[in-house]
Unconditional design. Structure first.
Length: 279
């Protein structure tokens, strides 16, 4: 029987375990029973056994003798073993920290991060527009209904209809009376002044105007959309460079960038933004 068998048992491993498996088991158990982390006297003894078993298995220390001729020398050896184990853990922590710093440096200096920064600026600009537009004056433009659909379940309203206008615009409105639209298809569209996000559609009846709220609009999701669009700039400027930062960065690059692109393309918002709403 191999004299190292009992040392493998300290880690709960068999003699067939590789050195990599021994190292992983040692790191896990050493962190658990380290005297600085675990004040239990038994933990102190286990920590010494772990260190000795680790060194013997990895041939860093010769097989211990079965007798101890000098107790003071043995006690001194235990102190040395503690210091060696502490030094080993310190070097491991430094190596892990160094590897993390190298990884974060590569992550924040490549093309991916450059794209992320540009996207964060555009996303923050859109968020600011969505926040300030509700307090700005609205834009009103005339149009004519040319078709309408059956009733659907809306995002905000329960029943909505999709209307198509002569200018090739489509709106989902809280269920308007189709007979009114058939009698007089003339409508007035109320939209935001810069991005031209539709807000309400006004229908002129016999005696007065009736307004219908627009469903499935980016305005209906306020303040969720602006907060979501501000996430990249927050990640860039304020989030600590840890695992949460990596998750938010990847989410912004691979998911949120598609959402930002959709916002700009839908309803020609990119053109309205560039022309300050004049086109």
């Amino acid at each position: 029987m191999n004299y190292k068998s009992k040392y493998y048992q300290v880690f709960g491993l068999t003699e067939s375990a590789t050195k990599a498996e021994v190292k992983r088991a040692y790191r896990k158990l050493a962190m658990k029973y380290h005297p600085d982390r675990n004040p239990d006297p038994k933990a102190h003894k286990l920590f010494l056994d772990l260190t000795e078993a680790y060194q013997i298995i990895l041939d860093e220390k010769p097989r211990p003798s079965q007798t101890i001729s000098n107790p003071k020398r043995a006690e001194k050896s235990q102190d040395e073993r503690i210091k060696e184990a502490q030094e080993r853990l310190r070097k491991q922590a430094e190596r892990i920290k160094s590897e993390q710093q190298i990884f974060m440096h590569k992550l924040t200096t490549g093309l991916k991060f450059k794209f992320f920064k540009k996207m964060a600026i555009v996303s923050a600009f859109l968020a600011i527009l969505l926040i300030i537009e509700p307090i700005l004056p609205s834009r009103f433009s005339g149009d004519k209904v040319v078709a309408y659909s059956k009733i659907y379940n809306g995002l905000v309203k329960y029943d909505v209809r999709m209307l198509k206008t002569a200018s090739n615009q489509t709106f989902f409105l809280e269920d308007p009376n189709p007979n009114m639209l058939f009698d007089n298809p003339e409508i007035v569209i109320e939209s935001s002044i810069w991005m031209r996000n539709p807000i309400r559609v006004w229908y002129r009846g016999i005696y007065s105007y009736t307004s219908y709220g627009v469903d499935f609009s980016i305005i209906n999701l306020f303040p969720l959309v602006p907060l979501l669009l501000l996430m990249p700039i927050y990640t860039w400027k304020f989030a600590k460079r840890r695992y949460g930062f990596i998750v938010m960065l990847n989410f912004s690059v691979y998911a949120l960038s598609i959402f930002v692109f959709y916002i700009l393309i839908a309803q020609n918002r990119w053109l309205h933004i560039l022309t300050f709403g004049f086109i």
